[in-house]
Design a protein around this ligand. Structure first.
Ligand code: ADP
Ligand code: MG
Length: 213
């Protein structure tokens, strides 16, 4: 089964709930290697996204992703707003006017999101950023889609790989963003953006598993 605009909007609402419940955790991760606002930034952004969807759900999955992108860009300050905004915008473009998202389209949207984040922020794998969660997630999603997984399976593979990728940031020295100002002292901490990327993918995966079952 594919995902129509209502499913995508519901998945985004579920992700907003996860962001809200993990707000303090994300703030606390951003404290030692940043400025303790990541949970606040994303919380504000996703609350605005929910408000925008409450006002009206666009008529296509890509339209929903575009609303997410534009709302995040206009309401989230700091690094995360433009980065996630660009990611969702590229995902929206990859989906285009499709009426339903199938496994291959979801994998392509994730690839486009990663490319957008890299184009915007210039981070590579190992720089201790969201890319360390997203890059393995995209590889896993593509391999799952290639192996015949459905949308829920693709997102589960992505979420599992993102969780592992996020954990891999702990020993890393940050080379991008605010944490990079700390140099070697940034090692020993989980990157807040990698954690939030992993949380978002898990929320989408859980939602897809629920609606498929
Ligand atoms: P800010 O650093 O402006 O306070 P946030 O706290 O909301 O913004 O987000 C911090 C997160 O953004 C970091 O944990 C990191 O994952 C991510 N990040 C920062 N700079 C970049 C970049 N250039 N490329 C990719 N991700 C980045
Ligand atoms: Mg911050």
């Amino acid at each position: 089964m594919g995902c129509a605009e209502k499913d995508v909007a519901d998945a985004v609402r579920a992700a907003a709930g996860v962001v809200r419940r993990h707000r303090d955790e994300l703030v606390n991760l951003d404290r030692p290697i940043g400025d303790a606002d990541h949970g606040e930034n994303l919380g504000r952004g996703f609350a605005a996204v929910v408000a925008a969807l409450d006002a009206g759900v666009p008529s296509s999955p890509g339209g929903v992703l575009e609303v997410v992108a534009k709302t995040l860009i206009s309401t989230v300050g700091g690094a995360a707003g433009p980065l996630y905004g660009t990611g969702f915008l590229r995902a929206a473009r990859a989906v285009g006017a499709a009426e339903e998202l199938d496994a291959a389209t979801v994998a392509a949207a994730l690839r486009a999101a990663l490319d957008g984040v890299v184009a915007r922020g210039g981070a590579q794998l190992g720089d201790k950023t969201v890319v360390d969660a997203l890059a393995p997630a995209v590889a896993a999603a593509e391999s799952a889609a290639g192996g015949g997984a459905d949308v829920a399976g693709v997102l589960r593979a992505a979420a599992d790989a993102a969780a592992e990728g996020a954990e891999s940031t702990v020993p890393l020295v940050a080379r991008k963003g605010r944490a990079s100002y700390l140099g070697e002292r940034s090692a020993g901490h989980l990157d807040p953006g990698a954690r939030s990327a992993s949380l978002l993918l898990r929320a989408f995966a859980d939602h897809a598993a629920g609606s498929a079952g």
